[in-house]
Design a protein around this ligand. Structure first.
Ligand code: UFG
Length: 324
């Protein structure tokens, strides 16, 4: 069995949807932010907390776990600045407990969800895995700390792991009834689509004086199913013994400004947005674009969804989601 920790969350639930096709899957989630009905019915559901040794031990005692994939983290940059304790507790201390329990039961294969936030204010136009990592907020620090723990555990205890640094995950499964459903929602694409559905009065664009082509921030958006497929390639590389430790960026390699995202949402929906250009949001770098050349070369991953397709899939889901 593959244990997916945080398998009820946005990215975890999309991964589980793909993984159940080829593997026996267990999902551990405490449902603090995830949704029970987002978990594929073929997965075995364990309600519990990754930081609770009893919850995790019970799973390892009752099931043969071949690898752990870890998606369970708090991931809001702004919140992490206001409440860093929550981030170090859940993202660092919780993960440490999970890793210790894994090692106790001799489970030594681990896939970890990391982030572009580990790079901080980028020194390179396009970020490779060799770019300098210098986080500017507790969320980014918490993820980089776990990356360090993994490197040290690998040397000392023979843990095999792959770190995947996501850029901006977006979009929804094209068939299943799952999509991006955060509460509160802070991400750009769902906010724009909710506005175009009439659920928000306007869109606040955070900063229009950045040193970018139109003054708004540039990000690299990647479809959540492309992310899921990268996880499956990474998992297979660990299970087959092709890789023992690796870190990969995951993005499309193309940057789009906030204005371009709004325009594409307008084109996809055929509706016009009301925009309010407001102050910059704390902790936002002007531009984050990934080079994913390493995972393309080493694992043969290629992203399949364009920005338009990402937004179309998100719009389809928004229109039929229970929240509509
Ligand atoms: N934005 C707006 N208005 C909004 C929401 C967002 O202008 O209402 C802007 C943001 O300022 C940013 C861009 O849209 O420039 C994208 O913002 P998101 O909140 O959608 O995504 P982020 O780039 O802030 O965050 C993502 C991940 C984080 C990760 C971060 C790395 O969601 O987990 O990239 O910087 F840490």
């Amino acid at each position: 069995m593959i244990l997916v920790v945080g398998g009820a969350g946005y990215i975890g639930s999309h991964l589980v949807k793909e993984l159940v096709e080829t593997q026996e899957v267990g999902v551990l989630d405490n449902f603090s932010t995830g949704h029970r009905n987002a978990v594929d019915k073929q997965a075995v559901l364990f309600e519990g907390d990754l930081g609770n040794v009893q919850d995790v031990e019970k799973i390892f005692q009752e099931h043969q776990i071949d690898a752990v994939m870890h998606f369970a983290a708090n991931s809001l940059v702004g919140e992490s600045v206001v409440d860093p304790s929550k981030y170090y507790q859940n993202n660092v201390a919780g993960t440490l407990t999970l890793l210790q329990t894994m090692l106790k039961y001799k489970v030594k294969k681990f896939i970890f969800s990391s982030t572009a936030a580990t790079y901080g204010i980028p020194e390179d136009d396009v970020l490779t895995e060799k770019s300098i990592t210098k986080p500017i907020n507790p969320y980014g620090h918490s993820k980089l700390m776990v990356e360090q723990i993994l490197a040290d555990f690998s040397k000392a205890y023979g843990l095999n792991y792959i770190v995947l640094r996501y850029f901006n995950a977006a979009g929804a499964h094209t068939l299943a009834e799952i999509g991006e459903n955060h509460d509160p929602e802070t991400h750009l694409i769902p906010i724009v689509l909710e506005h175009l559905q009439g659920k928000r009065e306007k869109i606040s664009v955070f900063g229009s004086d950045y040193d970018t082509k139109d003054g708004t921030c540039i990000r690299d958006y990647i479809h959540v199913t492309d992310l899921a497929n990268a996880h499956i390639l990474a998992l297979n590389a660990l299970l087959n013994g092709d890789k023992d430790t690796s870190t990969y960026n995951l993005g499309n390699g193309k940057g789009y400004s906030v204005n371009e995202i709004i325009q594409t949402c307008e084109a996809v929906t055929g509706r016009k947005a009301t925009i309010d250009y407001s102050e910059r949001r704390a902790g936002d770098p002007a531009q984050l674009i990934a080079s994913s050349a390493k995972i393309e070369q080493e694992l043969g991953w290629v992203p399949n969804y364009s920005l338009k397709e990402i937004i179309e899939s998100a719009w389809n889901w928004h229109q039929r989601s229970p929240l509509s």
